[in-house]
Design a protein around this ligand. Structure first.
Ligand code: ADP
Length: 158
């Protein structure tokens, strides 16, 4: 059974994330979209909210599971029997960062392979960071969000 973990903060999940998972479906028997919980990293949305949105988005995909984990991604993969990590590459900075992480995960995770998909051009400018900035600034982030997500514009405008 080929299981891949697609780890991330998903704060919030964007159309870029969704595209990655959909394109990776033919490669794996199961994809686990896993929210990494990092107590030192402040998020805009709660873990429950982020999980709920991801579950809604993939509700009709039987081979996609949604979960969360603490501590090392590599250890989480070992725990659930996943031998693959899925990550997206949008640009050179993603590559530089991901290269090191993937090499570390290969060692720490006992041979875990990271599979990279290059972002499609129409999604390569989209990041959760940009989406959060738009929302906090009072803008409409709808074009970057999956159709299942309806976020009220009543967010704190700091
Ligand atoms: P992290 O905090 O681990 O970077 P993110 O939620 O920002 O988590 O991203 C999770 C994964 O999704 C990463 O591999 C990232 O490169 C990928 N990703 C994010 N946005 C896009 C996009 N627009 N197109 C393709 N991949 C993306």
């Amino acid at each position: 059974m080929k299981i891949a973990v697609f780890p991330g903060s998903f704060d919030p999940i964007t159309v870029g994330h969704v595209d990655m998972v959909k394109r990776a479906l033919p490669l794996f028997d199961e994809i686990v979209v896993a929210v990494g919980v990092n107590s030192t990293k402040k998020t805009l949305f709660t873990l429950d909210q982020r999980l709920e949105w991801i579950r809604q988005v993939f509700a009709s995909y039987p081979s996609v599971r949604v979960d969360f984990f603490q501590n090392l991604t590599a250890h989480y993969c070992q725990r659930i029997g996943a031998r693959f990590l899925l990550r997206g590459l949008r640009n050179g900075s993603d590559f530089d960062y991901e290269k090191t992480i993937s090499q570390l995960n290969h060692i720490v995770g006992g041979g875990i392979e990271t599979v990279f998909l290059i972002a499609q051009p129409e999604f390569s400018h989209i990041s959760s960071t940009i989406v959060r900035e738009i929302m906090v600034g009072g803008g409409d982030a709808t074009p970057f969000l999956p159709a299942e997500i309806h976020i009220s514009p009543e967010l704190p405008k700091g």
